[in-house]
Structure formats: C-alpha cells, structure tokens
Design a protein around this ligand. Structure first.
Ligand code: SAM
Length: 363
C-alpha cells in the first residue's frame, strides 16, 4: 500500500466512525473540516505535497505566488502603502502555503516590515514555510491562533476558499441541508429538511444546489474585532452575492483539486484532494463591516495587480517570467475569476490597488 492509500484508508475509517457516532449523518461543513484538517491525516494536515507548478512535482494545484514572483511584488505596493497609511510595521498572513508570498513581500518591503506573522492550520506547510523563510530569522513568526488584539496589514491568498461550507439543496421546491451519510464504508450524499436559506432568494422552484459560508464569515468577524489598527487584503476566486446565487449557478461551486486536475466529488479520495468553494464576497464584506471594518475596495485580480504596477514590473522582467505573470491577469486564467477585497479600520482611504475599476458597488 502506498502512503497515500494508507492515509486515505485511515482517514476514511475515522470519518466513518464519526458519522456513525453522529447517528448516521453529518453536515458537509463537518465532512469538509475533517477531510481537510483531521490532525496528521486531513489534506492540509498530512505531509503530501500540495502546492507546485506542475503535476510532476507531486503537487495538486498552483497559486498566484507559486506561478509568479511578480504577484507578491505587485501586492507589496499595496501592502507598503497600507503600512505607511496606517502607521504600522507588521504583516499578518493567513494560510501561507509554501511561504512563497511571504518571501516575495519580505524581499520587496525590506525594513518596512518589523515582524511578519504567519497563521496557518497546517503543521506540514509550516515546516515548508520555515525552510523558505529561514534567512529572515526572528522577523518571521508563527502562531496557531489570533491574539486578542493586533495591528498591521493582513493578507490571505486562497485561504477563504478552504474554509468549510454548508450545502443547501432545493428539490421539488423544498430546501434541504445536504450532508454525508454511509452506504457500507462508502460516503453518500443525504439531504435533511432545513430552515436555512441562501442569503438571496433564488427565483423559481427548480432543483438548485449552493453553499453558505458561516465559518468564513465568523473568521472575518473575529479578524475585524481584533484588528485595532490596519488593513486587510484577501484574494480568492468568487463573486458578489447576486452573481453567486444567480439562478443559473444551480450546481454550486464545490471543487476538488488533485494532481492539477479539478473534479466535483469530495466524497472519494478523502485527505488526498483539496476541497474548496468559491467565496461570497458580499458575505465577507458584510461580516467585516458588522464588526467595525470599512471596505477599501473590491476588484478583479487583474485590475488590482495592474493598479499596483504589474505591467511595469513585467516590462522589466525576462521573457519566461513575463509569460507566467500574464496568467495572473488574463481573463480566462486568474485575472477575472479571482477578486481582491480590501478592508480597513477607521474611514476608507485612497488605496492604490483600487484606483481604477473598483467594483465595491457590486457587493
Ligand atoms: C490553497 S492554500 C494557499 C496557500 C498560499 N496562500 C498560496 O497562495 O500559495 C491554503 C492555505 O490556507 C491554509 N488554511 C486553510 N484554512 C485555514 C484557516 N482557517 N486558517 C489559517 N490557514 C488556513 C492551508 O493550510 C494552506 O496553507
């Protein structure tokens, strides 16, 4: 048996026991949380390689900072401005992956960053981050939970999409919560009637599947409550709620990634695939605002990076680097599906990344 086989077999039998102990059914948020974070076994808790450029490396997906160092160089323009504007000198990164973005930001921002703190649930990735960031010594630190109060500029690339979601399914005009039950040792979908509803009425009565994001919203509220002075920038794939809960988007957005292939079945190969859902940026903005933050801006990744000077950085770069960076902004790659939301304590100020093409009005 390979390491991967034995890992998924052990995790599956643990999850089978959990479902039995819960009376035969668990919500998808519980399933996703166990599949991603069960200590030592879950996708983000095991030692298998996850992030990398090509499947040959044994990786499952590529992210913007892995694709091009120019991503971090451009984001650094915004982070630098936010540090100066808020008169802070700390950066906080959630879900730092291989440490690539931290490296890019620290190199670009130099002495402007007195301390760089990484908050990541994955012990295995923390080891990889420590190797990447060794040369920065004690300027970089790791914490497993947020302190009661914090100051500085927060960044998170593709971290909100990893937060467990609840599934809502409408069948014959009735809303159900879609969870997971057992058929022998196999996981199967099972629906239960629920009073839960999507935040937007879905016209019509045809069958519809979607997600709600209570965990990501709770995360945003906690962050907003604790951030005393500073700003936050989250980059991820997703939409404002009118688009998220559009009548035509009837299959939901849950996706899995393994070996640089995407599929829509999280119930198999548990622990070996990343499971994600798109982000409802309206929900993120509302949760942050309710807890006291202001929205600085919201735009496509392409627009944000170009506002931060990506085109000039590309002009100065060698051809292969330029070609990779193109993918960050091309509409059919990461440019349009990925969005950036900026938040701040106090009154909103003029932020470079949102200087043209701000879409806050669509939230
Ligand atoms: C898709 S990876 C993105 C990594 C990196 N930001 C990048 O762009 O390459 C998701 C990262 O978020 C971390 N993560 C997932 N949920 C988290 C949470 N609730 N808090 C902090 N980190 C989390 C994972 O361990 C992983 O490092």
């Amino acid at each position: 048996m390979t390491t991967a086989d034995s890992l998924t077999t052990t995790l599956t039998s643990r999850m089978v026991q959990a479902i039995q102990a819960a009376g035969g059914w668990i919500g998808f948020d519980d399933f996703m949380s166990r599949a991603l974070y069960t200590p030592g076994l879950g996708y983000y808790a095991n030692d298998l390689r996850k992030l990398g450029l090509m499947p040959g490396s044994g990786s499952d997906f590529v992210t913007a900072p892995e694709l091009s160092p120019l991503f971090g160089r451009a984001l650094a323009v915004q982070v630098g401005q936010a540090l100066a504007h808020t008169q802070t000198d700390e950066v906080w990164e959630f879900g730092a992956g291989s440490g690539a973005l931290a490296l890019q930001l620290l190199q670009a921002l130099g002495e402007q960053v007195r301390r760089y703190t990484i908050v990541d649930l994955s012990g295995a990735l923390r080891t990889r981050q420590q190797q990447t960031l060794q040369s920065f010594g004690e300027r970089v630190q790791w914490v497993s939970e947020l302190p009661a109060t914090m100051q500085g500029v927060v960044v998170g690339n593709e971290v909100l999409d990893a937060m467990p979601v609840q599934l809502l399914a409408r069948g014959d005009g009735v809303w159900y919560e879609r969870g997971v039950a057992l058929a022998g040792e196999r996981f199967v979908w099972a629906d239960r009637p629920t009073p839960l509803r999507p935040p937007v009425e879905i016209d019509g009565s045809y069958d519809y599947l979607t997600e709600i994001h209570p965990q990501a919203e709770a995360f945003m509220r906690t962050l907003a409550e604790r951030l005393q002075r500073g700003a936050a920038f989250f980059i991820d794939y997703g939409f404002p709620e009118a688009e998220y809960y559009h009548p035509q988007r009837h299959m939901g957005t849950v996706m899995c990634h393994r070996g640089h292939r995407a599929d829509a079945d999280p119930l198999v190969e548990v622990g070996l695939k990343d499971i994600t859902a798109h982000v409802n940026f309206t929900g993120m903005a509302l949760a942050a605002q309710e807890a006291g933050l202001s929205v600085l801006g919201y735009s496509s990744q392409a627009r944000f990076l170009l506002n931060c000077g990506l085109a000039q950085l590309m002009e100065q770069a060698e051809l292969p680097l330029r070609a990779q960076a193109h993918k960050l902004v091309m509409e059919h790659e990461m440019g349009e599906l990925f969005k950036v939301i900026g938040l701040c304590t106090g009154e909103p100020w003029y932020a470079t990344g949102f200087s043209a093409g701000d879409r806050t009005h669509t939230l």
